[in-house]
Design a binder for this molecule. Sequence first.
Ligand SMILES: [Fe+2]
Length: 293
Amino acid sequence: MAKMTSISNISGVGLRLPHLMEIVATLPPIGWLEVHPENFLANPHAAELLTELSTHYPISLHTVGISVGSAGGLDRSHLKRLLSFIDRIHPILVSGHLAWSTYGNDYLNDLLPIPFTEEALRVVTAHVDEVQDVLGRSYLIENPASYLGFCSSTMPETEFLSELVRRTGCKLLCDVSNVVVSAHNLSYNAYRYIDDFPADAIREIHLGGYTPEEDTATPDSQLLIDSHAAAIAAPSWDLYLYALRRFGSKPTLVEWDNDIPPLSTLLEEVVKVDTAFGQCSRKQSEGHYVDAR
Ligand SMILES: [Fe+2]
């Protein structure tokens, strides 16, 4: 059967293994699915089921093992494994993170931050070029959830991303909840960040839940942790409406990776995405907006 090669509905869900069998059995009304290829590469049965699902849903691959921010270079064998998986699934989009997660031969189970400097930009540019050359397609880079900033940074994150797009021709994945998390933790204006984000390059949006935790370094304050373990919070929905105004309609993913709820809960979040999109479209057609700032 033919693969799905276009998205007709903007809302999608991150497909995690606990929901795989239920989705195969029920084929719920979801616009598209996103998976971490690393969850399927070592699981032939799951990969077979995903191949079947790719005839029913457009699939987006969101890599967690391509470390474009690592100074030590890319893992080329992993890149080759990803390429063969792409040849099997025929995803509509392939994305990864503006982060590093390898050091030498060690994989660190985290997405670690990079300073926004010309030196780091050269490293990331070379790696994104290499990824796109090997995969033979555009690679989407996702803005990080940040918990600290580097004194050595010489440019804002949005400028770093804009320059990366200009140098490599890559596309971007804007995680709106990451913007809420980073803006809170680093004390900047999330709406200004969306204003400055290189909108023309956006091919996908993420929305995920975060968890407030006590900031032990600063009395009486909280850090927001990008936990993907909760429902999408009100500030993310508000910023999403604002982002839709600025970016227009973009495929939007509900991400929930920890404390995974029943599939029905994810589908309720999908309905909220569609409602937000409908609300935004209606206000646009009526020629007015509610400015959330
Ligand atoms: Fe994300």
